[in-house]
Design a protein around this ligand. Structure first.
Ligand code: A3P
Length: 300
């Protein structure tokens, strides 16, 4: 598949995103995404975590790692989840067609991606790999994105006003946007092929982590032996525990991103948008959510 970039759109100050086959991508990731689409051939044993940015990727990375590498879950205290589960377009296919492999001796390789299903369909459909998709309430996703971008861009220019961020989010003009199309691409796949894709929301996981983590482990073919085991995994991946590790409090930045490791941990709560968004913005996003999701039976 050839990725077609037709236009550019300003999303933050003068910074532009590239419009590629219906999605807005950060320019620096267009080529790596093209390489993933053209060259990544998932093994049947691979696990691919897909997500829209700021919807719970870090949490799911830690959970997937802890579920699959149960006896090595202590490594989460020493390495940031993004180092343990690399992102295909950000860390793996950065400079060549030859991917690095993660844990080549392990039963399952685990990768993550923010690439929309609409762009990655052929790759994912060509293999029996399992896919896990996490999503999150759009209003909390917007607030988390707004914080993250302001931290990321702070050294460069003026802050990104929340009203502008909300406008861009609703227009779909944020990295990997439109959010709604991203979610619907994977949601549709999960309805059609529930054995291939495990679809979970940040809020479901927060409200009943034990049940959902048990289901996730079964989906991955790595069921838990007892209640204690699942409780341990949930605990070691909780925001409270993970965010306290020195490696996750670090001001150091990874080689593959400008922001420090601690930027992946902020508040880790459901409903933080209520502390930030005006009634008007909330009404606008709620109306969009009803239009985009409820019509297809996804009740967010
Ligand atoms: P907030 O900004 O609302 O705090 P991503 O990992 O996709 O970039 O998403 C980041 C969001 O997930 C941030 O949300 C971050 O604080 C939260 N997060 C990170 N680790 C988490 C964990 N173990 N449990 C719950 N939330 C977590």
């Amino acid at each position: 598949m050839e990725l077609n970039s037709l236009s550019e759109g300003k999303w933050w100050g003068d910074d532009c995103l590239r419009h590629v086959d219906g999605f807005w991508l950060l320019p620096q990731f267009v080529e790596p995404i093209d390489r993933v689409v053209k060259h990544f051939r998932p093994l049947p044993s691979d696990i691919i975590l897909a997500s829209f940015p700021k919807t719970g990727t870090t949490w799911l990375k830690s959970l997937l790692f802890a579920i699959v590498h149960r006896t090595s879950k202590h490594r989460l205290a020493m390495k940031n989840p993004h180092e343990l589960v690399p992102n295909l377009e950000v860390q793996v296919y950065t400079a060549s067609d030859e991917p690095l492999t993660t844990n080549p001796c392990s039963r399952h390789r685990i990768f993550s991606t923010h690439i929309p299903y609409q762009l990655l369909a052929k790759t994912l459909d060509s293999s029996d790999c399992r896919i896990v998709y996490v999503t999150r309430n759009p209003k909390d996703t917007l607030v988390s994105t707004w914080y993250f971008v302001n931290k990321w861009k702070k050294a460069e220019k003026e802050p990104w006003p929340l009203e502008v961020a909300a406008e861009k989010f609703c227009d779909g003009l944020v990295p990997c946007g439109p959010y709604y199309d991203h979610v619907m691409g994977y949601k549709k796949l999960s309805s059609e092929k529930p054995k291939k894709l495990f679809f979970i929301t940040y809020e479901e996981l927060m409200s009943d982590p034990i049940s959902h983590v048990k289901n996730l482990a079964e989906f991955l073919g790595c069921p838990f032996e007892g209640e204690h085991e699942v409780e341990e995994v949930v605990k070691c991946c909780s925001f409270r525990v993970l965010s306290e590790h020195e490696v996750n409090k670090s001001e150091e930045s990874p080689v593959w991103f400008q922001l420090p490791y601690n930027s992946f941990f902020r508040k880790g709560a459901v409903g933080d948008h209520k502390n930030h968004l005006s009634d008007e913005i909330i009404e606008r996003i709620d109306a969009l959510t009803i239009e985009k999701f409820h019509s297809v039976g996804f009740m967010y």
